[in-house]
Design a binder for this molecule. Structure first.
Ligand SMILES: *Cc1c(COP(=O)(O)O)cnc(C)c1O
Length: 390
């Protein structure tokens, strides 16, 4: 196949540092470049392709909907989005769902819900939201503002007001902010993905949950990356045994099609009212039919498989030569190597595996159904490369 790299450089906005691989197609966890070189995909499009590339029964489910109706607008009733919302509510205890098209939009909705709830229940001046340093919540001006990392803020000021930043795993820092600011919510990822695949401490998460009760603010969990089976439960908050008031998700929900969802639980189920929010594409029938198919396949058996594969990776890499530490939860894994991570990533790609990076770590986000044999092969390559490039 002809290279399209130069055309990409000419016509695509220069925002992405791409790896030197031109992907052509794939099946499951195997992908091929335009020269026919085979790779084991270890990032699944950044936790998006839940069942890998062009999975047969997923293609079938999407195609069936495509033949019926591709879009209706939210002016009419449409079945796929109702079915999806029903599944999400039944499996999480959420009461209402709003659909958008991305993680940032799911978080925008969560932020609007938090402010609305604050205005209704506490007063309009209770608009502040506590997020964590080193978090990542998206690229719109408001979700950038929610993101607790200065590097993302530079050049885009003034950002949306009303975000204050606490420290992960430091309960006092959160309580201090709750005392000093008029807040409506605490919003956090339970495993900071872009921040370096760091799972929050269970004690801290439980403490924050209690503080939210004590100070009467909402607990908003950003499950854009951790959601949809990634951590070994359907949603990561289920691993932590907490009861959130709002949960946002996206990435893996559509298995490769763009969809985001904001789930509202008991306290917030009636917060959104007519004309207060909307989205033209939100609840798109194709994306929703795709997500229904994905969620129906994320059952107990698959979640157990995720846990087993996770344990296998942690056990194989912990303490291995050239590897400093392994972090994360489920199949969201960060690997700190002794050698330079960029060099190691390059060698991995040369050896036919495609992990990505998060901060100074190698990051693995494979398809949830990656075959054990491909995972084992990948782990062996990572061990070899890490030990040869210390
Ligand atoms: C990726 C991500 C987002 C942003 O999602 P987009 O679909 O890129 O808008 C938000 N929060 C978290 C935790 C993410 O990992």
């Amino acid at each position: 196949m002809k290279s399209f790299k130069n055309a990409d450089k000419e016509y695509i906005a220069n925002t992405y540092g791409r790896f030197d691989i031109e992907i052509s197609h794939g099946k499951g966890s195997l992908v091929y470049d335009i020269n026919g070189k085979e790779y084991i995909d270890l990032s699944s499009g950044i936790a998006v392709n839940t069942f890998g590339m062009s999975d047969d029964s997923w293609v079938e489910a999407v195609y069936e909907q495509l033949k019926k109706c591709q879009h209706t607008s939210n002016l009419y009733y449409s079945e796929p989005c109702v079915r999806l919302a029903e599944i999400l509510c039944k499996r999480t205890g959420a009461k209402k769902v709003f659909f958008g098209n991305s993680g940032a939009e799911a978080n925008e909705c969560a932020i609007k819900v938090a402010r609305l709830w604050g205005a209704e229940n506490k007063g309009e001046e209770y608009y502040n939201i506590i997020t964590l340093k080193n978090s990542f919540h998206g690229r719109t001006i408001t979700t950038l503002s929610a993101t607790g990392q200065d590097v993302f803020h530079k050049y885009f000021n003034p950002l949306t007001e009303g975000f204050v930043y606490g420290e992960a795993n430091n309960t006092e820092s959160i309580e201090k902010l709750l005392k000093e600011n008029k807040c409506c919510a605490v919003m956090m990822e339970l495993v900071q993905g872009e921040g370096g695949v760091l799972a929050l401490d269970k004690d801290f998460v439980e403490d924050v949950s209690k503080l939210c009760e004590k100070y009467n603010v909402l607990l908003v969990i950003d499950e854009v990356q951790t959601g949809n089976g990634r951590t070994g439960e359907l949603y990561a908050y289920q691993c932590y045994g907490i009861k959130p008031d709002v949960v946002s998700t996206a990435k893996g929900l559509g298995g490769g099609l763009p969809i985001g969802a904001c789930m509202m639980f008991e306290k917030t189920e009636n917060t959104l009212k007519p004309s207060l929010h909307g989205s033209t594409f939100g609840g798109n029938p194709i994306a929703c039919a795709s997500a229904v198919h994905i969620l129906n396949r994320i059952d107990e058996a698959l979640l157990n498989e995720v846990k087993e594969k996770s344990a296998y990776v942690f056990n194989s890499l912990n303490g291995a030569d050239g590897i400093k530490s392994v972090s994360g939860l489920g199949l969201m894994i960060g690997i700190e190597t002794e050698g330079d991570v960029s060099v190691i990533l390059q060698k991995c790609m040369e050896n036919g595996i495609l992990p990505i990076k998060a901060k100074n770590k190698l990051r693995l986000l494979p398809a949830l159904n990656i075959p054990m044999e491909l995972l084992a092969k990948s782990v062996d390559i990572i061990k070899k490369v890490a030990s040869e490039n210390k």
